[in-house]
Design a protein. Structure first.
Lengths: 126, 361
């Protein structure tokens, strides 16, 4: 698996793509593979304040439910409504169409604590 | 204890299975994906390794009496060559295990027990044997596969000349040239199909033969993940979740295999008393709106906790969120509106008809 270079990664297997002051958040290929077939996503309300490392969403596979933590502090500005009924997109396109929510980033300096693609590739292979 | 592996372990690894620890057994939870395997079984045919299940044989002139003393169902009603589902209860009427009894002959009965209960059941049987019959644990001798789905019969016809058994019947014979197999018309999926007991030493031959014979029918290997979604759609109980030492067969909806008038058996008195006093709670099927309930989710009525989910998940066949839960008798009627607390959020639920799925053929 080659992880996209324009994303930042967490140790909890989320990614965030920064577009100005907006961050797009999803779970990584490694996370979706470990979960198996995803059948439900519970997305945050628009306007919800999320903190770095705080629970922001849930993804559920047939077997288990998993919390999704926000990679950065901010406010939810949009959620991926296309996933409703098409939850398997999180499996098939985790770094693209399977994104979960967008936040308005409050603390850009928190980015320094995340991994780049190279570091995450080494991390998830452990 | 070291983790145990079935004789099919190398085949699972070769097929790319994801292996997990299930009650001390290293078992495939999935090969390609739980949903694909579930639909493969429903729409074509699925192959399951169920060698972790245990087998106990009762032998002797009093074999039937010995089994009748242990189980809730009336095995005297089963003819030779017939299989019967039953519960086995403790002194309080709680369920030690659920079993299938195979009535082989006048002095011989084979019993299939759950993997996690192999030792518990064998010890229970040995220590409740007033008739002194020969009880032997053959679990290590047998391997077991299940072939479930609409094409199971066609595959078996390619593998054996033995007459294929109807539902809850069994025959003994050679399969793929392997002598001494038992073919049973049983399963845990709601599909037509068979469970095959085979000598563990012949596991390689059988696995390869079934794969070859099944290829033209779209045979899929099915792991424990889809085995669970398939059985949940049928409201088949999973021991340890839906039925335990602390639940009675009357509560669990197993009254149909509890024959209180067949004569004495272990647990009969408390079950008679429970029936007379009124069964306090019942295992029901729930359909839940918008959320997936998991075991131990609280069931609420008008905001008050009244019961607990024992199994839950998405039904791949119906696309509904389904669950099994114990609720008070007064709230057990189909159509009763309840709620389920799913990780702090309340979701609407309704008691629904079961099974959740009925096969279309």
């Amino acid at each position: 698996m080659s992880y996209p270079k324009d994303l930042h990664y967490t140790k909890d297997h989320e990614w965030i793509r920064v577009e100005g002051d907006i961050g797009v958040v999803g779970i990584t290929h490694h996370a979706q593979d470990a979960l198996g077939d995803i059948v439900h996503v519970e997305l945050p309300a628009v306007g919800k304040k999320v903190s770095k490392g705080g629970t922001a969403a849930e993804v559920e596979s047939v077997k288990a439910v998993s919390d999704v933590y926000s990679p950065l502090t901010g406010t939810v500005v949009e959620v991926n409504g296309d996933l409703d009924g098409n939850e398997s997109t999180v499996n098939s396109d985790p770094h693209g169409g399977g994104w979960l929510f967008k936040i308005k980033i409050e603390k850009q300096d928190e980015l320094a604590g995340l991994m780049d693609a190279e570091a995450y590739t080494a991390f998830e292979a452990k | 204890m070291a983790i145990r592996r079935t004789p099919f372990h190398e085949f699972h690894k070769e097929a790319g299975a994801r292996l997990i620890d299930f009650g001390g057994w290293e078992m495939p939870v999935q090969y390609k994906g739980i949903l694909e395997e579930h639909h493969g079984c429903r729409n074509a045919v699925g192959l399951f390794d169920v060698s972790h299940m245990g087998e106990v044989r009762f032998r002797g002139p009093k074999a039937l009496d010995a089994v009748q003393h242990l189980i809730t169902n009336d095995l005297s009603k089963a003819a030779f060559g017939q299989a019967q589902y039953t519960a086995m209860c403790n002194d309080h009427g709680g369920i030690v295990d659920d079993l299938i009894c195979y009535r082989i002959g006048p002095e011989e009965i084979l019993i299939c027990v759950n993997a996690a209960n192999r030792d518990k059941d064998y010890n229970w049987m040995k220590s409740h044997n007033p008739f002194g019959v020969d009880i032997s644990n053959e679990s290590d001798f047998w391997a077991q596969i299940a072939l479930q789905g609409r094409h199971a019969e066609a595959i078996f016809k390619k593998l054996t000349d033995a007459p294929l058994p109807g539902t809850y019947r069994f025959t003994q014979g050679a399969v793929a040239g392997v002598e001494g197999c038992i073919i049973a018309g049983t399963g845990y999926t709601g599909e037509a199909g068979y469970e095959l007991f085979l000598p563990a030493g012949a596991a390689d031959i059988l696995w390869n033969a079934v794969q070859s014979a099944g290829a033209e029918f779209g045979l899929v290997n099915v792991g424990l993940g889809a085995r669970d979604t398939l059985r949940l759609e049928m409201k088949y109980s999973l021991y340890g979740n839906d039925i335990t030492d602390d639940t009675t067969p009357l509560e669990a909806g197993l009254g149909w295999v509890t024959k209180l008038d067949k004569g004495d058996f272990i647990g009969r008195e408390p079950l008679v008393a429970q029936k007379a006093a009124g069964i306090p709670r019942r295992l029901v099927g729930l359909e839940i709106e918008g959320r997936i309930a998991r075991p131990h989710s609280a069931v609420l009525s008008e905001g008050q906790p009244v019961g607990e989910v024992t199994s839950g998940g998405l039904s791949p066949s119906t696309k509904k969120n389904i669950a099994l839960a114990y609720v008070p008798d007064a709230l057990a009627k189909v159509g009763t509106r309840l709620e389920v607390d799913v990780r702090g959020k309340t979701a609407a639920a309704v008691v629904s008809k079961t099974p959740f799925y009925t096969r279309p053929y």
